[in-house]
Ligand binder design. Structure first.
Ligand code: SAH
Ligand code: SF4
Ligand code: F3S
Length: 484
């Protein structure tokens, strides 16, 4: 699918590629059953798959990379755009064919599509045997048993409390250097185009102690980078209600800036990233904390969606173009070396040519290093579906998207060219795909740099000077190395 962005693809491949890792892990009480886990969607879904793998490996399952040898196939799915769902339906139909040859095969759907469609995929479309929503993963061993005993298995209850804080995720990512840590679940924002509040439920934050502990454990295992995940990390709050009432006076109140500081102090050699920030909630406090600690990476993903205030109003984003630009100015003032990326939707309901031009002009004004760009896809039950007509013809949506992509290509190229001759520190993640004599890593700004291997290994920090830039890649030479 063309519209799937890179993150979605990478995550899909990573989960599949890493599944063998768990298969190789000696399970304590193996039940002889093999699980094939496939993931779509955002980083949160990927992080959830690690929780699912953990719950099921504790219950005796081993994981396999080969879906044809699986006893249980679970698809962790995404509903964000229509074609994300279509892709999963196609895959499920293929697996159904396999079930004809192997009737004992259990096929289950997890994640946002499971939550959105509830029993439909089981009863009407007959594509799956098991349905588990994002807050029901502890129930999976029981649900699988139910299917095996010939029953229908569905749990799509959303929770106000579940954060899986006590579950130690099985790390599925390759490399053992970078990992995700979920710090909150759900979303209370109700952006009019977005299905997430319906599929993920109410916003809730996870105990900061368990977050810091997880970061420490990862560091001790050799990890050197963590990404703190939430749909709106800026509204992270612990021990305080939305109305500002303190819950337990004997415990500290923790906001996102304070949480970042706590994680930054785990070790100066542990890099911290986070996603996603929301322009309406991002405070200067967060920016000052980022500036204070070198290991808080100088990179912010700040989705704008549109450059026009009226469109933003229809999107129910809670900020204007001016407010957004004020946040960008604050980032540039407090951290001049910070890279900024964004998400953009082309052709939202009622978008005029002038409003579209405002998006292009905002992009140039900000000078994004990177952007994920989509055309609008109407989602059932959302505010936009109920209130506005999806009136921009597909051709126009696609044309506007192409124009947005063209502007971004220029901006990304300009950002890369500016780095020629600059010095930066990269965290080495692995060997370059093209050559064993080269390694790659990312700098604080999240840009991938390829350098000659020397004696560098994953987990090392290396000071490099950028010597060459093509559209997609930067190359550098080593200045000096530090052991991680
Ligand atoms: N919580 C994040 C976004 C999560 S969804 C935030 O608020 O920024 C990731 C991106 O998908 C969104 O930023 C938006 O650009 C895009 N998206 C969401 N719903 C969409 C829809 N109905 N059609 C097209 N793109 C959509
Ligand atoms: Fe969706 Fe808006 Fe929540 Fe992001 S903040 S997940 S776009 S409702
Ligand atoms: Fe998709 Fe659900 Fe994430 S809809 S983007 S998998 S929260």
């Amino acid at each position: 699918m063309k519209e799937f962005n890179d993150v979605e693809k990478v995550i899909d491949e990573t989960v599949q590629g890493a599944a063998t890792m768990i298969a190789q892990e000696e399970g304590k009480n193996q039940n002889g059953k093999k699980l094939y886990l496939e993931s779509y969607g955002c980083q949160m879904n990927f992080s959830d798959s690690e929780i699912v793998a953990s719950i099921l490996s504790e219950n005796g399952f081993t994981t396999t990379r080969d879906s044809s040898s699986a006893d249980v196939i679970l698809m962790n799915t995404c509903s964000i755009r229509e074609n994300a769902e279509q892709r999963v339906r196609n895959k499920l139909s293929q697996y159904q064919k396999r079930k004809k040859e192997k009737p004992s095969l259990v096929i289950g759907i997890l994640g946002c599509m499971a939550e959105r469609l509830k029993k439909d995929l089981l009863e009407q479309e007959k594509l799956v045997d098991l349905v588990a929503g994002p807050d029901a993963y502890r129930d999976l061993p029981k649900l699988i048993q139910e299917v095996e005993s010939g029953q229908k298995a569905v749990n799509v209850l959303l929770s106000r409390e579940e954060t899986y804080a006590d579950i130690s995720p099985v790390r599925l990512g390759k490399g053992g250097i970078a990992a995700f840590i979920s710090i909150m679940r759900g979303c209370d924002n109700m952006c009019s185009f977005c299905v997430v509040p319906f599929t993920r439920g109410r916003e809730r934050s996870r105990d900061p102690k368990s977050i810091v502990q997880e970061a420490q454990e990862l560091f001790d295992q050799g990890y050197r980078e963590v990404t703190l995940l939430g749909q709106n990390v800026d509204s992270y709050k612990w021990n305080i209600t939305k109305k500002g009432e303190i819950i337990d006076p004997s415990e500290p109140v923790v906001n996102f800036a304070q949480l970042m500081e706590m994680v930054a102090q785990v070790n100066p050699l542990l890099r911290i990233r986070f996603s996603t920030s929301h322009p309406k909630d991002m405070t200067d406090d967060v920016l000052h904390t980022m500036a204070k600690y070198e290991n808080l990476c100088k990179y912010i993903h700040l989705p704008v969606q549109s450059g026009n205030t009226d469109v933003l109003k229809r999107m129910n984003r809670g900020y204007s173009r001016e407010w957004y630009m004020n946040r960008i100015e604050a980032i540039k003032r407090i951290m001049p070396d910070c890279a900024i990326s964004t998400d953009i939707i082309a052709g939202f309901c009622g978008e005029t040519e002038e409003e579209h031009q405002d998006t292009l002009s905002l992009m140039k004004e900000v000078g994004y290093e990177f952007a994920y760009m989509f055309y609008y896809s109407e989602r059932p039950k959302t505010l936009a579906e109920r209130k506005f007509e999806d009136d921009i013809p597909l051709e126009t949506k696609k044309r506007r998207l192409t124009e947005i992509q063209a502007v971004q290509a220029e901006l990304s190229h300009a950002a890369n060219s500016k780095m020629l001759g600059e010095k930066c520190t990269i965290l080495v993640e692995g060997t370059s795909k093209r050559s064993d004599d080269e390694v790659f890593g990312r700098n604080s700004q999240n840009v991938v740099v390829i350098v000659p291997k020397n004696n560098l290994k994953p987990g090392d920090y290396a000071d490099v000077i950028i010597t060459d830039c093509t559209t997609a890649t930067l190359r550098g030479e080593l200045i000096q190395t530090e052991e991680a």
